[in-house]
Ligand binder design. Structure first.
Ligand code: ZN
Length: 320
């Protein structure tokens, strides 16, 4: 590079830094897409958010990549779910020699017991190895990590995120408080709406999904969920266990089955064919959609509630 060109590029890179130094957005690294959206809502223009796991990605079986170490090392604040949802996070923080503040978003919520029981104790699944019919979607630890599925817990996540942002960027504390208050108001409005919606469903409604990630939703909004993986942990269920699932569907007068965004279940398709219970659509549990109505936290919760309501509120059609 010629000296003049070098000086020019030096000036170009220095000038914006000098004039905007006080307004540099703080770097927040989140573990997964739902937290990404929440931090963006509370932080607004004051934050630059990046998520280790992109929308549609699976946090449970995630294997951190080398560039994730950089994303942590450059962060002013790291936000993750806790409740052992991201079992890999402490190793990553160590690897990045991270010393800045951390927000554990689920701090202060009342955890539910983990209802998934697996014998398999393999911690090193790669999310990309997942294939139809081979879901290794394991939760480790005694507590259920999917706390955001109850919007009141979501409001607590937002309070924790607000406090974390204020800690690293006290100059904008008032902004963070105002934005958090407004966001929490929207969260609580939707909470009330979903509560009303779910109360209108027949009392015997049972929802069958792929993995046990809706216990908080079930607990908050009074709709029982059953997970295929709770009923059958086999990758390739024998004819006998499929028969057991078919019996369960018939005994509980299940009106609809639901796919989950991250797991494509051959078993669910088989169950639908054998019971003639339709698959009503796709619920989002652990990750936002890349686009569309479920691409924000509130949008995802609304999408799930509307899908459940539309599939279950009609009287059950007579079975052949
Ligand atoms: Zn999950």
């Amino acid at each position: 590079m010629k000296p003049v060109a070098f000086m020019m590029s030096l000036m170009l890179s220095l000038v914006p830094l000098a004039s905007h130094a006080a307004e540099r957005p703080i770097n927040v690294t989140t573990s997964f897409s739902i937290l990404d959206d929440m931090v963006q809502e509370v932080g607004g223009e004051h934050v630059h958010v990046r998520s280790l796991i992109s929308p549609e990605g699976d946090a449970h079986g995630y294997n951190p990549r080398p560039r994730d170490v950089g994303a942590i090392a450059q962060a002013d604040l790291v936000v993750f779910n806790g409740l052992q949802f991201e079992g890999w996070m402490s190793r990553l923080l160590d690897a990045a020699h991270y010393r800045n503040p951390v927000v554990i978003a689920s701090d202060g919520i009342t955890p539910l017991k983990n209802q998934e029981e697996h014998d398999d104790d393999d911690h090193d699944h790669d999310a990309h190895e997942h294939e139809a019919g081979h879901e290794h979607h394991h939760h480790h630890g005694p507590q259920d990590p999917h706390a955001w599925q109850d919007l009141r817990n979501g409001a607590q996540y937002v309070r924790n995120i607000r406090d974390g942002l204020i800690k690293v960027d006290p100059a904008h504390a008032d902004d963070y408080r105002q934005r958090a208050d407004a966001y929490i108001a929207r969260i609580m409005t939707l909470d009330g709406q979903i509560r009303q919606q779910m109360q209108q469903l027949p009392k015997d409604s049972v929802v069958i999904t792929g993995h046990a990630s809706f216990n908080y939703f079930a607990n908050a909004y009074g709709l029982p969920f059953m997970a295929l993986q709770g009923l059958s942990t086999e990758d390739d269920p024998s004819a006998a266990s499929v028969a057991g699932l078919v019996r369960t569907v018939n005994e509980h007068h299940v009106r609809a089955l639901f796919n989950e965004s991250m797991t494509r279940s051959a078993l669910l398709n088989q169950l639908s064919q054998e019971t003639r219970v339709p698959i009503a659509g796709t619920l989002h549990s652990d990750a936002l959609a890349a686009k569309g109505d479920a691409s924000t936290y509130l949008g995802m919760m609304q999408h799930n509630a509307d899908l459940l309501y539309n599939a279950l509120h009609a009287p059950a059609a007579p079975r052949p």
